[in-house]
Design a protein around this ligand. Sequence first.
Ligand SMILES: CC(C)(COP(=O)(O)OP(=O)(O)OC[C@H]1O[C@@H](n2cnc3c(N)ncnc32)[C@H](O)[C@@H]1OP(=O)(O)O)[C@@H](O)C(=O)NCCC(=O)NCCS
Length: 168
Amino acid sequence: MSDAEALYHAIHESVPEMSRWLPFAHENYSIRETRDYLKGRPDGWKKDTDYSFVIIDSRDGTIIGGCGLNGIDKENSRANLGYWVRTSRTSQGVATAATLLLAKWGFMVVKLCRIEILAAVGNKSSQRVAEKVGAQREGVLRNRLKIGDDLHDAIMYSLIPGDFIKTG
Ligand SMILES: CC(C)(COP(=O)(O)OP(=O)(O)OC[C@H]1O[C@@H](n2cnc3c(N)ncnc32)[C@H](O)[C@@H]1OP(=O)(O)O)[C@@H](O)C(=O)NCCC(=O)NCCS
């Protein structure tokens, strides 16, 4: 909870860029919504349904984004990986670095066998992140994402442990 204000500012400055793809960051986004979001996080960790992280600048602790594993499908050891980066820090490799760390953590600690990254067809920077981490493009899923009232086709990317973790 002590991070609420800093997290709020990171999201609030990014609303114009984020709202197009992540509707939780809407025009009237308030700190109450940040606090409500944070209140729900421990439950996700306890129940193994949603592992959320902030991305911080290790030099000074500034919150520069968020990422997480959600939509956890325990039966198939599969999860979705999502990310956002505050607007003042985009195009510096932050999402790529965070995705690599988080995917490795998901494979090694959560023991996932498959991590999915789903990017709307129009979300070129998100697609670029998936490509840069070496995720495999599997195809276009029609009407896969509903963002606000709009339906979007989305590109499905996947990572499996052998993509970047040496075994044996
Ligand atoms: C998508 C997002 C997380 C990327 O974060 P980031 O830290 O800027 O990502 P990186 O710097 O690691 O990589 C971004 C890449 O996209 C490229 N890029 C940025 N805008 C682009 C565009 N309009 N078209 C094509 N490529 C673009 C950058 O040049 C960079 O590629 P490069 O390293 O080859 O030059 C960030 O833009 C964001 O938060 N967007 C809003 C929320 C969102 O869309 N989340 C993902 C939902 S699936």
